[in-house]
Design a protein around this ligand. Structure first.
Ligand SMILES: [Zn+2]
Length: 360
């Protein structure tokens, strides 16, 4: 988030604006100056862009606040030139909940459209003015109203993982297993994404970006959902490692490199007086070698605050928590005692085994 400007927080949701947004503004200014557009008109155009993106933020808040109703937090909302992005802690698995969270965004735009249309009905408008693409004080509301309608309709296209695609997945998931529903919605999303890219190549470069974004997003989410489906029903104890490499906290890093080269392990348990006190990863070892050489004490690079999970915890839940907290390894605890470790490689292998055994 370093390259984003913090705008503020509302209802515990932080709002950022991505630096590339300034490129969009710059592009509007430069292309208009080259076309000899009067400065006043450029200012109106910029005002329209800010107004439009304010509506995009409201759209994202539609998702975030609907998710909050189901106890799901939103880490932040980031405004990009191609639209907004609300990072929800997770997507609700209950189809009805996903449906409401997905539809809440476009509904906000419909709401804005209705309000602006009422204002227009009272103040009078001329639809033909939309065609000359001349944004100024008298057409601003008309443009914002149309833009909100377009935003709502565009987002409701069934291009998973866009809102309409999520609505589609939710409907499919009422009758089908979630992984299968996601596969179908994902394929439709990717087909539409390809159409966006082709159409965008000749008409609108932003559509190309959106198409690529959708294509990759669909692939990632289909992959993620099918992996999660293999973890369903299992507990942490089913995948955890009881055999692991240990290192003394006061040994030099050279001991760690020895074990690293001598085994397949990528995570080590650091012990002090026979008690497991922390974890050391391959990356931390390499980092330590770079900074302090092989005589550096292991405790200097050890993570003494390891992520902890319980043996009886659901494996899927543990996997998701480790990913959202960006932890690659966790201490597995039973009745308050350290029992073993679980790392990402472990889980990946578990998924590979289960998927090989399934006939799907
Ligand atoms: Zn949305």
């Amino acid at each position: 988030m370093k390259l984003s400007l913090y705008l503020g927080t509302y209802k515990r949701v932080k709002v950022f604006i991505h630096w590339t947004f300034s490129l969009l503004l710059l592009w509007i200014i430069i292309s208009n100056l080259r076309a000899n557009t009067p400065v006043e008109d450029i200012l109106w155009t910029l005002l329209f862009v800010f107004g439009l993106f304010f509506c995009v933020i409201l759209h994202e808040f539609g998702h975030a606040l609907a998710a909050q109703k189901y106890g799901i937090n939103t880490k932040d909302i980031t405004l990009l030139p191609i639209g907004g992005l609300a990072r929800l802690e997770k997507i609700p698995e209950e189809p009805k909940q996903e449906l409401w969270v997905a539809i809440a965004g476009p509904l906000v735009n419909i709401g804005i459209f209705v309000i602006l249309s009422i204002i227009l009905a009272f103040t009078g408008y001329d639809l033909e003015r939309l065609e000359n693409l001349n944004i100024n004080g008298s057409t601003m509301i008309l443009y914002l109203a149309s833009a909100n309608l377009i935003l709502a309709l565009f987002n409701m296209l069934p291009a998973f993982p866009m809102d309409g695609g999520r609505v589609l997945r939710a409907f499919l998931a009422i009758r089908l297993p979630r992984a299968k529903a996601t596969r179908i919605a994902g394929s439709i999303g990717q087909l539409l994404a390809i159409a966006f890219v082709f159409y965008g190549l000749f008409n609108n470069p932003i559509l190309v970006l959106i198409g690529i974004f959708i294509f990759l997003g669909a692939a990632a989410e289909v992959n993620h959902t099918s992996q999660a489906s293999f973890l369903k029903g299992f507990k942490v104890k089913d995948a955890m490692m009881l055999k692991f490499q240990i290192l003394a906290y006061d040994a030099p890093l050279s001991k760690a490199t020895e074990k690293l080269l001598d085994s397949q392990a990528t995570h080590f348990v650091v012990v002090k007086d026979d008690v497991a006190v922390g974890t050391l990863s391959k990356d931390q070892i390499i980092q330590g070698l770079k900074e302090g050489g092989s005589n550096l004490k292991i405790e200097e690079v050890t993570d003494f605050n390891p992520f902890k999970i319980e043996t009886e915890e659901s494996l899927e839940e543990a996997w998701r928590n480790m990913m959202t907290k960006q932890r690659k390894v966790a201490f597995v605890i039973e009745n308050g005692h350290f029992l073993g470790i679980l790392d990402q490689e472990n889980i990946t292998e578990f998924i590979l085994v289960k998927s090989a055994l399934s006939n799907d």
